[in-house]
Structure formats: structure tokens, C-alpha cells
Design a protein around this ligand. Sequence first.
Ligand code: ADP
Ligand code: ZN
Ligand code: MG
Length: 282
Amino acid sequence: MKISMLFDIMRWEERAILKALQDKNVEVQLYNVKEMNLDLQDPNYDFGDISLQRSTGYYRNLHSTAYVEFTGNRIINDFNSTIVTGNKMFTSLLLSQKRIRIPKTFVSFSNERFLKSFKEDFNGRAVTKPVTGSWGRMISLLNDYYAAMDVSEYKDYMYPLYQINYTQEYVNDFGRDLRVFIVNDQVIAGIYRYKSGEDWRTNTALGGRAEPLKITGEVEEIAQKVSAALGPGIYGMDILESKDGYFVNEVNGNTEFKNTVPVTGINIPDYIADYLISEARK
Ligand code: ADP
Ligand code: ZN
Ligand code: MG
């Protein structure tokens, strides 16, 4: 059995998955995507029985995933779910279509329409974020109209993707949110993330504090629905919490878990290795 792993940065996560596979006597072929040169006519890489995508750069991730899949190989996560989870609007649309609760969200394509929506749909307070991105980057909590005006003006001078105005109600009644890990349709671990310090966001990449989460029936049910909507894969799902219940904020298709493993005691890399091995056998 041979399993390949595509990556660009060897983080704690990639090392841990590699070790878990090697401990199970699996041959692992590593591919640093930054060193690859893909022949589109005559496929020039061997991806083994199954491939794992771990590249952090979203566009490198998506394009190398396309290559693996279109040259007749299987990769986790697959191309389709990578497109959907790589874009917050597509994710929200899919979840909403499947009757999974998301925060109130509007998308507009011009500053004028965004500012009108900010007033009328969100009553002067909203979160706006790029449809593609992670680690909380460029996610803005707009508490007044002038802030909304200024942020939309900045976006005018940026790449057109940033001019897609994805805007949401602010949902945070308990100073925390939930992160749930799904591997092959199984809900395996969860943490609460509390904001810490000055930042209003909870990303652990921004210093958010992780605490163990006991997964309840309701969270389990939401996670199952999300997994069914996207198809089997490895996902990190963010849930916002309000007095009115849970709202799925986003689904990450290339998730970090360095902080979750020590906090929960759950060996996420081992689950991933077992999943890959079972897929490689198919
Ligand atoms: P990223 O892909 O960068 O993690 P998220 O949509 O998860 O993007 O947003 C990052 C953080 O910002 C979240 O973990 C949460 O703390 C905060 N946040 C994002 N959207 C909202 C929202 N609608 N209401 C309250 N907090 C939010
Ligand atoms: Zn994300
Ligand atoms: Mg997030």
C-alpha cells in the first residue's frame, strides 16, 4: 500500500499524520507542491492508492487537487468539496439548501448595495469577510456606518474577489464558538474556542483559547448533516452559538488540530491515518 501526501509547509499536523501512517507500516510518498511541475498531457507523478491534500495555500491546494483527481486518482478531500469549503458563500449556500441553520447572511456586489444592506438588513452592525481566506484574516466586525464605508472603500482597491460582500449578523452570546472535527462521516472531537486578549475573533491562530467540548446529540446531528452535504472527507466545522441555538459558520477543508489534540486527548492524526488506509484498500 502506498499513500501520497501533498503539502507546502510541514506543520505539526503533517508530521503527526506522517508518523501515524509510518507507525502502521504504510509507505508514504511526500510531495511538496512548491516543487512540482505537473504535466497535463502525460501524468508524471505517482499518487499511490490514495492521496491526502494538506497544502495550506488555498489555490495551490485546489489546483493540485484537480490534477490528482483528473489524472484518475482519488484524493482526500476531493475536488468538489474543496471548491465548496474553500468559499464561504458556496458553503453557506449548500448548508442552507440542506436546511442546516446558518447565520443571517447577505451577499452583494457593490459598495452602494452593501451599505444599504448594512443599514436595512443588519441595522448598523455586521461581520463582513472575504469569501476565501482563513485564520480570521480580513474578517471585520463593523459596529457603525462609517466603519462599513471605510472597509468597503478599501475593498475597492483590492483584487475583485474581495469585492464580493459576504455579510453576516454578529452571533456571539457566550464569548466562544465551537469547532468540531469530522473524519469520514464520524464526529471525532470538538473544542470550544474562547476569544482572548483584545481580539473579538476566536481563531486559535489569533490566540483563541481551546477547551474541550462534549459533543451533544444536537451538535452531532448538525455535523452529520454537514458531512452528508459535502460527502466523506476531513472537515473542521465552526459553529456559532446564540441564545436561539447553533448556526454553522463555516467548514474548513484543510484543518489544523495542533491545539485540539492535547486539550481533548483525542488522537486526530490516528483517525486520519486509519481513514486513509481504509480508502487505500478500496
Ligand atoms: P476563518 O476562515 O478565517 O476562520 P471564520 O468565518 O471562521 O473565518 O471567522 C473567524 C472568526 O471570526 C470566527 O472564529 C469567529 O470568532 C469570528 N466570526 C466570524 N463570523 C462571525 C459572526 N457572524 N458572528 C460572530 N463572530 C464571527
Ligand atoms: Zn476557515
Ligand atoms: Mg474559522
